[in-house]
Design a protein around this ligand. Sequence first.
Ligand SMILES: N[C@@H](CCC(=O)N[C@@H](CS)C(=O)NCC(=O)O)C(=O)O
Length: 218
Amino acid sequence: MLKLCGFHVSNYHNKVRIALLEKGIAFEEDATIRPSQKEAWLTRSPMGKVPILEVDGTTLTESQVICEYLEDAYPEKPLLPKDALARAKVRELATHIEWHMEMVVRRLYTQAFFGGTVSDEVKQAVDKDITRGVRTLKALAKFEPFIAGKELTLADCAAFVHLPLVSLSTKLVLGRDALESVPQVKDYLKGLRARPAFAQVDEDRKAAAAAMAAAKKT
Ligand SMILES: N[C@@H](CCC(=O)N[C@@H](CS)C(=O)NCC(=O)O)C(=O)O
């Protein structure tokens, strides 16, 4: 049995959860796990991050690695095309969104979501880098209706969880939605939300975020 560990506000946890649900793979979940540098968690996740996937006593980290494992082990409902080059194009999009978009705006999260502040220097650096990231997204994304073309892929699992954070964090901290110049994103995300797996993960994310906010107030 597979066990996914993390929490429902984590975009990386949610990406893996969507892939599992879309592929119809049976899994257990522990959604009470937060990132931690405590020894007990480091023995399961050496970087201290979430999510992890436990597979028969073996632990896998890194959401993309986990998703690729799921593709290899459960090929029945594929989230990657058969053709090698088409597969690479999907990975290119997912990698781009994570490393050149989400990881860039992540530097704003302290101020956007956790009551801290980020320096003007960081804001300027993020502004410059996310502009490059969005320009590249426009060059790579298809929206036909899925981000990599006509079929749902792992790139959609990534885009669905990360692109809203790109919009929200830049709006809140830089005063402009970095994805404003990609109007297709809105309908694209709406289309994904119409799928039960995406809708469930999104609803659970909202409920978990509300519970976290309520707990902070008490
Ligand atoms: N590249 C990792 C990123 C995972 C990640 O950064 N997860 C966040 C939660 S959304 C985390 O654990 N943050 C704590 C930390 O970076 O120490 C993946 O794809 O799994």
